[in-house]
Design a protein around this ligand. Sequence first.
Ligand SMILES: [Zn+2]
Length: 332
Amino acid sequence: MNGILPWQGQQWRQLQERHAAGRLPHALLLAGVAGTGKRQFATSLAGALLCRYRKGEGFACGDCPACIRFRAGSHPDFMALHPRDEGRAITVDQARAVGEFLAVKSHYEGGRVVLLAPAESLNRAAANCLLKTLEEPAPDTLLLLVTNRPGALPATIRSRCQQVGFAPPARHVALEWLASHAEVAQGEGELLLDLAAGAPLEALRLAGEGVLERRAQMLEEFGQLSAGRLDPVPVARLWLERGDAAQALFWLSSWVLDILRLKQSRRPPLLANRDRVDLLGEIARYTDSVELVRYLERVVQLRHQGQIALNMQLQLEELLVAWSALAGVVRR
Ligand SMILES: [Zn+2]
């Protein structure tokens, strides 16, 4: 498809039908889980609405002057609004610029489109300013707000937008899409998708960052640690040096959970680390279920504290020392 992802056909068709019937609202809120491609969808929609010779199914032609200017980022009837620095707020002067942009007549005959992402990063003053724009919409205008967390938006903003939902795609659809990318090695799709909680774009990002290579290395060290061949403190230090603590905790909880599953059954139906049943099954043989559950609770608790845990190094060290003891003591 043209600029939309294989799992977004339904949303696309619905919006095209409404556009054809002249019933597109002034503001749409594209909402759903991170990493499913909402922003890409919004960009394609904006490009299609500005194109002067749209193709079948409503996609942009890609060749007309409007399309060329849109692609170059210089279409005079399009405005994209993002925080100036990643993770920061969209400020009131930025929101004011939207009003000024919409006060000017459209340059081409088509309408004007404003894309705002992530919408939850509007600070309070910016949200109030945008509210005025939403209350008195300029003619032939579409505001596209994109958010992973619609609940974090002021209710006043939410109620003036029509919401379009984006759920993660069915697993087989996501796997097929992942497999079509060179970054994803054969057989890695499942694991990446598990790690990304089913969100394909997030899975692809992880593949590009070499997350699975780091995991393989950490899993090897985890095995050595369990066998008493490595000391926990230097391992904790190494893990923190190599990646972030959140990821170390994610993997640790994932492995311990699989060890527990392998204690219940030699072939458990649910297993996140299918590729290393050999290692995890071996650990399952000599560890104790009650101790494992207690340990898992501890890891999960630490994971929920997330970035706010200041002394992460110390906490991870303690966690790995406890793991060495758990694996070692029970074996004896
Ligand atoms: Zn075009």
